[in-house]
Design a protein around this ligand. Structure first.
Ligand code: ATP
Ligand code: MG
Length: 257
C-alpha cells in the first residue's frame, strides 16, 4: 500500500497524520518519535490482542512510507526517517465522547466489557473521552470505536523498570463509566476475562516478535512486555475485575429505576 496524498495533521501529542493511500482509504499514521519511543510498539501489541478479544479497534497495520513521499510534505519533513509507521484506518464522521451529549444507545454494546477488561489487562490509563470515537447509526445511538493505545503499559515511553510496578487497582475513567452503563450483563466481564486466560503465550510472543527492530525495543523489553501481560492476567485481573463490577458497574445499574 502506497501513500498518495497528505491530508492533515490530527490533534494530540502523538503527532498523528491523516494520509490517503492507493487502496482508496485514508489512514491515521503515527511516526516513530524521540521521547515517545514506545508509542508504536504499544499500539501494535494492543491492536493485535485487542482485536483478538473483540475490542472495536479500527483496522490497523504497520506500513513503511517512503522517504520520497515524506520529504515532499512540509508537515512530515521533520518526522523521523525511522522505517515503519503505525497506520490505523480512518473512520470518518465520528465524534468523541465529549461531543456527544445525548447518548442513548451503543450498537456494539456487546464489545464494551471486552474493552474495559482489555484496558485493565494492558493498564491503559488513557481511555479518555477523546480516545473513543462515536459514529451515529440511529438517532442518539452510536457505534463505538476504541482508539489510541499509545499509553498502554502506563506511558508512551516506559522502560524496563516501569512495567513490574504498573498500578493494579481501579482506574478512574469517566469513559469506562459511560461504557459500563450500556453493558447489559455482568457475565460479559467474565467472558472476556476467560478469553484472556486462554490466549496462548506463544501467540503473545509471536506478536511481540513482529515489532520492527527499527523501533528499538530491546530483547529484555520484549520479554518484559510478554511477562507483564502474563502476570497481569493471572494476578491482577482476577482481583480488579470483580472490584470494577462491585464498585463501578453494579452501582450504575442498581441506581436505575
Ligand atoms: N482511526 C481513526 N479514525 C478517525 N479519527 C481518528 C482515528 N485515530 C485517531 N483519530 C483522531 O486523531 C486524534 C489523534 O489520534 P490519537 O488519539 O490516536 O493520538 P493522540 O491523541 O495524538 O495521542 P494522545 O491522546 O496520547 O495525545 C484522535 O483524537 C481522533 O480525533
Ligand atoms: Mg488521543
Amino acid at each position: 500500500m502506497e501513500p498518495i496524498a497528505y491530508c492533515k495533521r490530527l490533534e494530540g501529542k502523538s503527532n498523528a497524520h491523516l494520509i490517503q493511500f492507493d487502496d482508496g482509504q485514508s489512514y491515521v499514521v503515527k511516526y516513530f518519535q524521540p521521547g515517545f519511543e514506545k508509542t508504536l510498539p504499544n499500539e501494535w501489541l494492543a491492536y493485535c490482542l485487542g482485536r483478538y478479544l473483540g475490542v472495536p479497534i479500527p483496522f490497523s497495520k504497520i506500513i513503511d512510507i517512503p522517504a520520497t513521499f515524506s520529504s515532499q510534505v512540509p508537515e512530515l519533513s521533520d518526522m523521523s526517517t525511522t522505517p515503519y509507521q503505525f497506520a490505523s484506518l480512518y473512520i470518518p464522521d465520528c465524534k468523541d465522547a465529549h461531543q456527544v451529549t445525548n447518548l442513548s444507545g451503543i450498537t456494539n454494546h456487546k464489545a464494551l466489557a471486552a474493552t474495559i477488561v482489555f484496558d485493565y489487562w494492558f493498564y491503559n490509563g488513557d481511555r479518555t473521552r477523546k480516545n473513543v470515537l462515536l459514529h451515529e447509526e440511529l438517532e442518539n445511538t452510536y457505534q463505538l470505536w476504541a482508539i489510541d493505545h499509545a499509553e498502554v503499559f502506563g506511558t508512551y515511553n516506559w522502560n524496563l523498570l516501569d512495567l513490574p510496578t504498573l498500578p493494579t487497582g481501579l482506574i478512574k475513567s469517566a469513559t469506562h463509566e459511560m461504557m459500563a452503563r450500556f453493558i447489559d450483563n455482568e457475565s460479559q466481564f467474565l467472558q472476556s476475562f476467560e478469553q484472556i486466560q486462554t490466549i496462548p503465550i506463544f501467540l503473545i510472543e509471536e506478536i511481540v516478535s513482529m515489532i520492527p527492530d527499527e523501533w528499538m525495543v530491546t530483547k529484555e523489553e520484549r520479554k518484559e512486555m510478554v511477562g507483564t501481560l502474563l502476570h497481569r492476567r493471572k494476578k491482577v485481573l482476577p482481583k480488579v475485575i470483580p472490584q470494577f463490577i462491585k464498585k463501578i458497574y453494579l452501582p450504575l445499574h442498581t441506581n436505575k429505576t
